[in-house]
Design a binder for this molecule. Sequence first.
Ligand code: AHN
Ligand code: ZN
Length: 315
Amino acid sequence: MHCESDPTNTTEDAVVDVPKRKEYKIPRFNRDSAYAYVQKQVNFGPRVPNMASHTACKEWLVGKFKEFGASVIEQDFQATAYTGTVLNSTNIIASYNLDADERILLAAHWDTRHIADKDNERTEEPIDGADDGGSGVAALLEIARQINLTGIDLGVDIVLFDAEDHGEENGDTPDTWCLGSQYWSKTPHKAGYRAKFGVLLDMIGSKNARFPKEGVSMKYAPQLVNKIWKLGQNMGYGNHFVNTPVGGITDDHYYVNEIARIPMIDIINLPGGTKTFGHYHHTHDDNIDVIDKRVLGATGQVVLAAIYRENNGTL
Ligand code: AHN
Ligand code: ZN
C-alpha cells in the first residue's frame, strides 16, 4: 500500500495551517495631528443632526477616511428623539482589510449635544463638544492615518456613531441616548458582522482625564479592560488609566454588548466615579480649551499600541 495515497493517513493534513499575521512595529500616534482634528470638527459648528454643520462635518469625515485608504460606508437612518424631532442621522463605518476574518471594532460618537443643559447660561444653545464627541473621533482619525501609513493584517472597523448625545437628561429613559449604536447593533452595516472585541472612546482628551474601570465594560470584557489598563500603566499613563472600579454607564458600548453581542469596552472620563462626568460635561466649557493634547496623545497611543499588539499576538 502506498502511504502517500492512503486517505486514512491524515497525519500531515492534521497539522492545521494557522495563517500567521505579519508583525508590525507600533506606529507613533501624532498628538498635534489629533489635536488639529478636534479643532477642525469644532470649527464646523454643532454636529447636531439636521443642522448644515452636521452634514458638512460628515462629508469631511468620510473624505478623510477615504484619504486614509479605508473602505467607507455611510449608514443613513432616521431616529426619533425624546423631543419628537426626527433626527436625520448617519453612522460612518471605515474599514481596513475587508477580507480578514479576525476583526476588531473601534468606535466613538461624532454627533454633539444639542443643548447645554448642565450650564448656567445659554442652556438652549448647542455645545462645541470638543471632548464629548470631538476627541474620540480625532483619535480614531489619527489611528486611521497611522494604519494607512504602516499597514496592518488584522481587520479593523472604525464606527462613528451618530445621535448618541440627543438624550433626555432627567427621567429614567436611557434608551433616548445612543440612537446610532442602537440602530447599528440591531442592523450592522454587514449582515452577520462579528468582531473579536470593541473599544469605545468617549471624552478621552481633557486635562486630568481619569478612566476608571467602568461597570458595563467589566461585565462583558474584564480581561480586555485589564490588559489595556495594564498596558496604559506600563506606558506611563497610570494617572489616566486608573484601577478604580465604577458602576456602568449607558453609553454606545452598552448596546453593542447587549444587542450585537460583541464584547466592547468604554474608555471614558469619569473623574468622580460613576456618572460623575468632567466639570465641562454638557456645558459650553466643553470647548477646545478643555483639550490637553498630551492627554489626547497618551490615550491615542495606548489604543494604537493595543491594536498593533493584537495584530502581533502580544496583547
Ligand atoms: C447617559 O447619560 C445615560 N448616557 C450618556 C453617555 C454620554 C453622554 N457620553 C457622552 N455624552
Ligand atoms: Zn454627551
